[in-house]
Design a protein. Structure first.
Length: 114
């Protein structure tokens, strides 16, 4: 399974970005799709995740600002980032669970400037 993430970049505080992650390969049973992030000097943390046929779960720090969605036909998960804050600066990783195996994308950098 390969995950290709895109959409990161430099944005001013208050701005928006949309991240995408496409899964390819042996993906006959994608369960959960989501996004994690890791800021410099910090541990990787969950941002948002959505199970197959279930409701999305968000970190408290992004509730009301970020929206996760998935297109099962395209094996793609999206993360709409809005009202970005300086503390949202991090490398964002997509995370996909196929069957009982978890896979990570390569990460895409989001930098929020003042």
């Amino acid at each position: 399974v390969q995950l290709q993430a895109s959409g990161g970049g430099l944005v001013q505080a208050g701005g928006s970005l949309k991240l995408s992650c496409v899964a390819s390969g042996n993906i006959f049973n994608i369960n959960r799709m989501g996004w994690w992030r890791q800021a410099p000097g910090k541990q990787r943390e969950l941002v948002a995740t959505v199970p197959s046929g279930g409701s999305a779960v968000y970190a408290d720090s992004v509730k009301g600002r970020f929206t996760i969605s998935r297109d099962n036909a395209k094996n793609t998960v999206y993360l709409q980032l809005s009202s970005l804050k300086l503390e949202d600066t991090a490398v964002y990783y997509c995370h996909v669970v196929v069957g009982y195996v978890a896979y990570w994308g390569q990460g895409t950098l989001v930098t929020v400037s003042s």
